[in-house]
Design a protein around this ligand. Structure first.
Ligand code: ADP
Ligand code: MG
Ligand code: MG
Length: 249
């Protein structure tokens, strides 16, 4: 039923309980929004997922099996990837190299002397066609828009057969048109059974794109709801802990 389960995750820093018994369960083929005010613990929870932090307590189950990632690289290889808010592809290389870079020793890259470049071009073009991305294998990353770099990172995640993709405020630098393109890509990922953990503060976006919404506050889980049960006012009330639409709380 769930592709990813994070159970009872607790993480303390000196003087701060950043996460206190947080459980997050994500279904395949859904967009799961993760919401909470600054300091709620969203990033810490994701860093626990990616092996950047070791939780003090709790466990993580991927496809029914307990996992312990040692690094985000380890997580990536096991099917969980992160599209960061700040993207850092290798600027002077082309799109195709950026997608496949790192799966071979770097010295083997260049004009790909040890691998079949034609096949790699075909695979890359097929990947872009499947994902409905307007991207060519030989485009130089340095010249790409933020939106295209993001597409490149998503294509890379898919090429790693990621089953869970975390997107951290993915629309923060996009134009309206680029947001629509991203949402079309997200719909495609969803139809392939990929789960997306979507971190954003933009209510309209959340209500439109997500299937489920988990709200955190002060390191605690407030709850998980189907997006269609929620409104902007309900989300805000649960994020801040009181109903702001009531004049006299
Ligand atoms: P969010 O991503 O929801 O804004 P964070 O996970 O970044 O929240 O932070 C949750 C709490 O943990 C905050 O109080 C923050 O100050 C604290 N915190 C996060 N990372 C660290 C750290 N490395 N050391 C100490 N405190 C931290
Ligand atoms: Mg954060
Ligand atoms: Mg941020």
């Amino acid at each position: 039923e769930y592709v990813l389960e994070m159970h009872h995750i607790t993480k303390e820093f000196p003087g701060v309980k950043a996460l206190d018994d947080v459980t997050l369960k994500v279904r395949p083929g859904t967009v799961h929004a993760l919401m909470g005010e600054n300091g709620a613990g969203k990033s810490t929870l994701m860093k626990c997922l990616f092996g950047i932090y070791t939780p003090d307590a709790g466990h993580i189950i991927l496809d029914g099996e307990e996992v312990r990632f040692q690094s985000s690289r380890d997580a990536l290889e096991k099917g969980i990837s992160m599209i960061h808010q700040e993207l850092h592809p290798v600027p002077y290389r082309n799109v195709m190299e950026n997608i496949w870079l790192g799966r071979f020793p770097v010295k083997r890259l260049g004009p790909f002397p040890f691998i079949d470049e034609k096949k790699m071009v075909r695979d890359t073009e097929q990947l872009f066609a499947d994902l409905k991305m307007d991207l060519g294998p030989y485009e130089i990353v340095k010249h790409l828009s933020v939106s295209k770099i993001q597409s490149l990172e998503i294509a890379k995640a898919v090429s790693y057969q990621s089953r869970v993709i975390v997107m951290d405020e993915p629309t923060s630098s996009l134009t309206g048109n680029e947001v629509e393109q991203l949402f079309a890509i997200i719909d495609e990922l969803r139809s392939r059974g990929v789960a997306i953990i979507y971190i954003s503060h933009k209510m309209e976006e959340i209500l439109r794109i997500s299937d489920e919404v988990t709200i955190m506050r002060d390191g605690r889980l407030i709850g998980t709801w189907e997006a269609k049960e929620l409104t902007t006012d309900l989300i805000i009330a649960r994020m801040v802990g009181r109903d702001l639409t009531q004049r006299f709380p």
